[in-house]
Design a protein around this ligand. Structure first.
Ligand SMILES: *[C@@H]1O[C@H](CO)[C@@H](O)[C@H](O)[C@H]1NC(C)=O
Ligand SMILES: *[C@@H]1O[C@H](CO)[C@@H](O)[C@H](O)[C@H]1NC(C)=O
Ligand SMILES: *[C@@H]1O[C@H](CO)[C@@H](O)[C@H](O)[C@H]1NC(C)=O
Ligand SMILES: *[C@@H]1O[C@H](CO)[C@@H](O)[C@H](O)[C@H]1NC(C)=O
Ligand SMILES: *[C@@H]1O[C@H](CO)[C@@H](O)[C@H](O)[C@H]1NC(C)=O
Ligand SMILES: *[C@@H]1O[C@H](CO)[C@@H](O)[C@H](O)[C@H]1NC(C)=O
Ligand SMILES: *[C@@H]1O[C@H](CO)[C@@H](O)[C@H](O)[C@H]1NC(C)=O
Ligand SMILES: *[C@@H]1O[C@H](CO)[C@@H](O)[C@H](O)[C@H]1NC(C)=O
Ligand SMILES: *[C@@H]1O[C@H](CO)[C@@H](O)[C@H](O)[C@H]1NC(C)=O
Ligand SMILES: *[C@@H]1O[C@H](CO)[C@@H](O)[C@H](O)[C@H]1NC(C)=O
Ligand SMILES: *[C@@H]1O[C@H](CO)[C@@H](O)[C@H](O)[C@H]1NC(C)=O
Ligand SMILES: *[C@@H]1O[C@H](CO)[C@@H](O)[C@H](O)[C@H]1NC(C)=O
Length: 548
């Protein structure tokens, strides 16, 4: 009964040990030499070889020799916290056969020996917090540590997160908070982690130095295989309380979470907040920010705002009122992006054939000084352009290539358009637009009279359409030539055949094949004549033929 009460007391004292202390232990299993200002301990300091807990915390120990614990192999809990240990010997723990709880927090650890946790398959808790660690040997954690539940590496000097927890094949709580981690990498010699054991791995990366999301974090941690996307999301570490920048770099990650049911499954860890840009500060990345708000300001050109908006697959260029006289020569375009350009209220004189013309989806050139539009530019835009605003410019003529856009998507009002013979195509262009589009576009003729463009036809004064006539005449001549050739061929098929063979060496429509068995013959000859033709003796003519 008494022992039972004692055990209950221990339970309250130290949960970690109790799990393994059997209720009938006949001696005091604790060995407490904390707060003794000890600078070293040795094997001989342990009088009772059957102790289960050793507490050496709050001393001044700097080094421990390999054989310190060789006589106390039953220890389940070892507390070395609050000392000055810099690097423990690699075989320090080897004597222990059932170590469950190890605390070395608040020391000066800088390096851990790779074999330190070899054979510690009973270890459940490892506390290395408040040290100066900034790396862990690749094989330090391994799959034999199958009982490990808590690993505390908080308050150290880590700058890179490697997928250490995934080397343990079990559910583990991995605390890496309060480090200086800003990036991930994977040098652990294992390329792909899929958490196929379905372990519940919690990684705490709060209060680190992350700012910019990098999509290669995923690949560093879980390999490049897209198929494990769902599992990756399950393994997303807790990245709250970092100064995240909510820009185009984090867009892909956020949108993949938005498309996943886990958006609602792991609410707590997903309440990540933005820190930058200032207008998004303290908004929750996955819940409060619209996908269109994840943008990046690209390098500025001509003082313009150049913004990448991945959710619209667009780069938006705002050059309003920048006193430009030409269109920007070149623009930065991340792969596959289209361009939306607002160049209004400048003094641009021509729409040039710029190198990015084939990427322009929307172009606003209203209120400029446009006099000329390069038809080649319009031809280059044909596949992508959706909207073109040319209002309030000085355009007299539009190139016919403007047909790449329907009239309802093109705005040309407010230009001194000229009603010229070469502009008569515009009436069709305007009339083809659907009814809702205002069609009162006007042009002025040579006498200054205004006409509705949709009514301007060939009947304009002084309009002799020379090109049309020339085209008709040459077309007529070509037709006559073709007809005469066809008639001749029809009337004189054999001659045509001979001519065709002479020129092109071909035998079209062979009707008369020479006797192929008669190899004495070198040539096959056909002679044609018409016995009924009275002129047949005078000259060679053709109308029907006979084979000899
Ligand atoms: C261990 O010993 C120290 C110093 O004698 C004492 O202050 C402390 O309470 C002891 N701890 C336990 C758990 O008994
Ligand atoms: C340890 O050192 C501190 C400061 O020197 C002193 O106050 C304390 O009494 C010492 N403790 C023991 C157990 O000697
Ligand atoms: C070791 O002793 C210190 C001081 O008495 C105490 O705070 C700590 O909890 C003990 N460690 C364990 C594992 O009991
Ligand atoms: C894991 O355990 C097996 C068998 O107990 C042993 O052979 C192996 O060396 C251990 N691996 C490590 C990394 O300790
Ligand atoms: C670790 O344990 C295995 C068996 O579990 C044993 O063969 C090996 O010698 C041990 N390693 C050390 C260094 O004690
Ligand atoms: C890790 O250690 C720190 C500081 O000692 C503590 O605040 C934190 O709760 C520990 N984490 C876990 C998971 O126990
Ligand atoms: C944390 O990040 C900031 C900004 O990215 C950087 O200036 C600082 O040096 C970083 N701190 C550490 C300890 O890496
Ligand atoms: C993302 O990480 C990869 C590799 O870790 C690195 O090469 C790349 O420069 C990083 N990208 C950014 C924008 O930091
Ligand atoms: C975030 O930035 C603020 C101000 O620059 C700084 O005080 C704070 O420590 C940073 N927080 C983290 C988690 O890096
Ligand atoms: C981009 O630049 C604009 C204008 O200079 C500014 O208002 C905005 O905050 C910047 N956005 C980002 C994400 O830096
Ligand atoms: C072009 O810019 C002007 C001035 O900002 C604006 O009024 C007009 O609606 C824009 N055009 C289009 C098609 O959005
Ligand atoms: C139309 O003809 C005028 C001269 O009459 C010329 O200046 C203009 O460039 C021509 N426009 C087009 C689009 O061919």
């Amino acid at each position: 009964m008494r022992n039972t009460l004692d055990s209950v007391f221990f339970f309250l004292l130290d949960l970690c040990i109790l799990r393994h202390v059997s209720l009938g232990e006949p001696y005091n299993p604790q060995f407490n030499i904390s707060f003794q200002n000890k600078t070293s301990v040795s094997k001989s300091d342990f009088p009772d070889l059957k102790v289960l807990t050793v507490n050496l915390s709050h001393n001044l120990i700097t080094t421990l020799s390999s054989d310190t614990f060789t006589n106390v192999i039953l220890v389940k809990s070892l507390d070395l916290s609050y000392n000055l240990i810099n690097q423990p010997p690699g075989d320090l723990l080897l004597p222990f056969i059932q170590l469950v709880c190890l605390q070395i927090s608040n020391n000066r650890l800088q390096r851990l020996p790779v074999e330190f946790l070899q054979n510690q398959s009973a270890l459940e808790e490892l506390d290395l917090s408040h040290n100066s660690l900034n790396s862990i040997p690749a094989k330090f954690f391994h799959s034999n540590l199958s009982a490990l539940r808590v690993v505390n590496l908080s308050w150290n000097n880590f700058v890179i997160y490697q997928p250490w927890p995934l080397l343990l094949w079990n559910s583990v709580n991995f605390d890496l908070s309060y480090n200086k981690i800003s990036t991930t990498a994977n040098n652990l010699g294992q390329k792909q982690f899929s958490n196929q054991y379905g372990s519940d791995i919690k990684v705490n990366l709060q209060f680190n130095n992350f700012t910019q999301w990098n999509d290669s974090f995923y690949e560093d941690l879980f390999g490049a295989d897209e198929n494990v996307a769902e599992k990756r999301i399950l393994l997303i570490p807790d990245i709250r309380n970092n100064n995240w920048t909510c820009d185009c770099n984090i867009y892909k990650f956020v949108s993949s979470i938005h498309n996943s049911f886990f958006l609602y499954a792991r609410m707590e860890a997903l309440k990540v907040k933005c820190y930058n840009p200032p207008h998004l500060r303290d908004k929750r990345v996955f819940y409060d920010v619209a996908l269109n708000e994840f943008v990046c300001n690209l390098t500025s050109i001509d003082n313009c705002l150049v913004q990448d908006i991945p959710n619209m697959n667009t780069v938006y260029v705002d050059c309003r009122s920048r006193e430009l006289t030409t269109m920007p020569k070149s623009l930065p375009l991340p792969d596959g992006r289209k361009l939306s350009l607002n160049l209004c209220d400048n003094s641009i004189q021509s729409l040039d054939n710029v190198e990015y013309a084939d990427k322009i989806e929307s172009l606003n050139l209203s209120n400029n000084a446009l006099k000329f539009i390069d038809g080649n530019a319009l031809r280059k835009m044909i596949n992508v352009i959706k909207e073109l605003d040319l209002r309030k410019n000085s355009l007299k003529y539009l190139p016919k290539e403007i047909y790449v856009l329907p009239y309802e998507k093109t705005y040309v009002e407010g230009n001194p358009l000229s009603c010229d013979c070469n502009m008569t195509w515009m009436s069709d262009w305007v009339n083809l637009a659907p009814g809702y589009r205002d069609k009162s576009l006007e042009c002025a003729d040579a006498n200054g009279n205004h006409h509705l463009v949709k009514e301007v036809t060939e009947n304009l004064p002084n309009c002799t359409n020379v090109t049309l006539i020339a085209a008709c005449v040459s077309l007529g001549i070509l037709l006559v030539i073709i007809i005469s050739i066809v008639i001749t061929a029809k009337r004189c098929p054999s001659e045509t055949k001979v001519i065709l063979f002479k020129i092109f060496r071909i035998h079209p429509r062979d009707k008369y094949v020479g006797d192929s068995n008669d190899h004495d013959m070198d040539n096959v000859a056909y002679i044609s004549y018409d016995a009924t033709d009275p002129q047949v003796e005078k000259k060679t003519n053709c109308s029907s033929q006979t084979e000899i």
